[in-house]
Design a protein around this ligand. Sequence first.
Ligand SMILES: Nc1ncnc2c1ncn2[C@@H]1O[C@H](COP(=O)(O)OP(=O)(O)O)[C@@H](O)[C@H]1O
Ligand SMILES: [Mg+2]
Length: 298
Amino acid sequence: MRIVLLASNPELYSNKRIMEAAEKRGHQVRFINIEQCFMNICAKNPEIHYHDGQTISEVDVVIPRIKPAMTLYGNAVLRQFELMGAVCLNTPIAISKSRDKLRSLQILAQHKIDIPTTAFAHSPQNTKNIISLVGGAPLIVKLLEGTQGIGVVLAETQKASESVIRAFKMLKTHILVQQFIKESAGQDLRCFVIGDKVVGAVQRTASDGDFRSNLHLGGIAEVVKVTPQERKVAILAAKAMGLHIAGVDVIRSDTGPKVLEVNSSPGIQGIETATKIDIADKMIEYAEKLFEKKQQKS
Ligand SMILES: Nc1ncnc2c1ncn2[C@@H]1O[C@H](COP(=O)(O)OP(=O)(O)O)[C@@H](O)[C@H]1O
Ligand SMILES: [Mg+2]
């Protein structure tokens, strides 16, 4: 297959591993930097041009690894590849759904997937009601645009909750307010889903004094055995978002597993290192299946 890895930094572990795995399975793979693409939008002959003057054509499969700050443009380039007939390992529509925390929680709820109770409001006048909707403090406040744990805050008391919510509203940022799953004790599960399988899972534990288990914040990843119910919920969540490749964050609560979020470009370093599973190879293998299916249809 002729594969394009659409991303921003060829030196990242995940990107290097994906390229390596593609070559190892006998494919032609090319790294394309999102920012260096430009396009013509027309019905007859959609094209993607590259900074070096080349026209990018004849692509079988695109593997998008779009960083959050590049979602809008990255998805536009990905749609262009789709128009040109390439198979996208994650589609632009699924990526845009998963990048919007509010929209994705609504989609999960629509599919009857358990999530922590979450509230959202536009006006700061509703602060007290919002707090009581999620069962009072302690509670979590999340920036809609945050990633890697950075926009996630724990407010321990009613007063702290009111101040944090008001402060964010003053800044005109969009937030959601969420029930704090205290019993998870700074741990969550990252389930790596490919197609309709969890191909690997790790338990992430927050560094001392933090409740956020993100590896970027110093959390550690260890191999974990997930229960059939956790497995099922992770697969359903990926499917609800329409993602072929997904990192589903699941939290263990007293009332069963709850999905926190579904990532469309999950990092593979933490999970490959902890589990020794060749995740990159499994991604390429799945891409082969998708491409085969498309060829059978046409
Ligand atoms: N409702 C919650 N209850 C308990 N811990 C939470 C909750 N929401 C998030 N966390 C912790 O914070 C981390 C980051 O939250 P998440 O929603 O995944 O945001 P991000 O997109 O920034 O990673 C999670 O991995 C989890 O450890
Ligand atoms: Mg997360």
